[in-house]
Write a protein that binds this ligand. Structure first.
Ligand code: SF4
Length: 455
């Protein structure tokens, strides 16, 4: 068990659900996956053990996300299927938490009254108490408007040698397509000493790689006051980089407008910080970027990635792109292709725009793009990026990289899989244990992975 967050524990209790089973399903982003580790940690601290599937579990928890497409459909479809199981086993508990629950509040219990607990993004540390309440009194919805800090939660890590550390929650930006500010609230940063302490605890627990998490990590610390001084993200990288035992540090996500030279220098000068950077572009059109409220244009974006590459040799970069944002013309889309061609990202997460209720862009109904046109642009963008990714990866053939082993490959259990410092997936034959480092010569490259031989 590891403590996440500020150094006050909101709840201590004797386990009351020993031997009972839970099934936890996570939708969405890395932040949510990390939140789920916290929820699992709380349930296991209460004596529960994982169930192989929802059909046999005593408790099913959905940690929802409304950032991705069709979140409602997926959730209500799953809840519909669970109703039949719950009808047959009335003692089973169902809980729904996360962004969608935060946004839709009572709607979840209106549409699925068989749900026992609905909780939001600001009170996931209360999940066990809410389950107690539901068992005694019946269904409950508890949604808080804002956080009073980053909760301390005993996390259950999915991978023993990797840990995620939340450094801040919330976002002060107002991108017109995004629900995060309304469901996660304003930025709250943790104090650097607490973060470093958590990273030290992780290192003592065998973790060799940490990922620092926040919606906009580059604005870390702006809300803090440490005796008249505000801690900077660059300083935090250096402090975390000094923790003994931590070999690799990653972070996600930075906002391009807030990425500055001090961070690039800290990355370059801190050996443990990996040569990897995710820099979300979203669009290459200045007009669309303005409509998205992104706070930069294509030229400034390209200058930021040049700044990063200039300071950090061997840097691998990835990005996010939305195609078919309301009013996007063919010229706007061409501008995106142009920036992608110029930037030559190692990889990209590409999405077709879909409206999120409650966001400004969702109101631009008159300017929504024909789905067929959006689909075609998505295909053309994916084609372009796949070609670039292949070229970039092929340049690594014949080189030797250090791979942190994750374990047997998911597609071929006879092979091992692991990640380079640049976060590229490598498959190779070997018997090394998970969490060990292996030098591997790259024999073959595809757009999304390498195949190699240990040297
Ligand atoms: S920076 Fe924009 S896209 Fe990212 S979380 Fe904040 S509002 Fe959402």
């Amino acid at each position: 068990m590891t403590l996440i967050g500020m150094p006050q524990i909101r709840e201590r209790r004797t386990p009351t659900r020993s031997g009972r089973t839970y099934h936890l399903r996570t939708f969405g982003c890395q932040m949510n996956v990390h939140d789920s580790e916290g929820i699992a940690g709380l349930l296991e601290a209460d004596g529960m053990v994982p169930a192989p599937d929802a059909d046999t579990a005593d408790l099913v928890v959905f940690n929802t996300c409304c950032i991705r497409e069709n979140a409602d459909d997926k959730l209500y479809g799953s809840l519909g299927m669970l109703k039949r199981i719950k009808d047959a086993r009335p003692g089973m508990l169902i809980a729904v938490g996360g962004c969608l629950a935060q946004k839709d509040r009572e709607i979840v219990q209106d549409r699925a009254p068989w749900v026992d607990v609905v909780f939001g993004t600001h009170n996931l540390d209360r999940v066990v108490s809410l389950l107690d309440y539901a068992e005694e009194w019946g269904p409950i919805t508890e949604i808080l408007e804002e956080s009073d800090g980053v909760a301390v939660i005993p996390a259950k890590r999915e991978v023993a040698h990797r840990g995620w550390v939340t450094i801040m929650i919330g976002c002060n930006n107002s991108c017109t397509f995004c629900v995060v500010p309304s469901v996660r609230g304003a930025e709250i940063s943790r104090r650097p000493g607490d973060i470093v302490r958590e990273v030290r605890d992780l290192a003592a627990d065998g973790v060799v790689e940490v990922t620092l998490l926040g919606q906009n990590v580059n604005s870390y610390g702006r809300d803090l006051d440490l005796g008249g001084r505000k801690p900077l993200f660059a300083d935090l990288l250096r402090r975390v980089g000094a923790v003994e035992g931590i070999e690799r540090i990653r972070y996600t996500s930075p906002h391009p407008k807030d990425f500055r030279q001090d961070v690039a220098l800290a990355m370059a000068e801190t050996p443990a910080v990996c040569e990897q950077l995710h820099m979300p572009l979203q669009s290459g059109s200045d007009r669309i970027l303005a409509a998205m409220h992104r706070g930069y244009n294509a030229e400034r974006f390209l200058a930021k990635i040049e700044l990063a590459r200039e300071h950090i040799p061997g840097l691998a970069m990835s990005t996010d792109v939305i195609v078919g944002f309301p009013s996007e013309t063919e010229d706007d889309f061409q501008a995106t292709l142009d920036v992608m061609t110029a930037a030559r990202f190692d990889s990209a997460f590409t999405f077709i725009y879909s409206p999120r209720p409650g966001t400004a862009a969702a109101e631009m109904v008159e300017e929504f793009i024909d789905p067929g046109v959006a689909q075609d642009r998505y295909r053309r963008l994916a084609e372009l990026q796949t070609g670039i990714s292949l070229e970039v990866n092929q340049a690594a053939v014949g080189t030797t990289v250090v791979v942190l082993v994750d374990g047997p490959s998911k597609t071929d259990p006879a092979m091992l899989s692991g990640r380079t410092r640049t976060n590229k997936l490598v498959h190779f034959a070997g018997t090394n244990s998970a969490g060990s480092f292996v030098e591997v010569r790259i024999d073959r490259a595809s757009p999304h992975f390498f195949v190699g031989t240990p040297v």
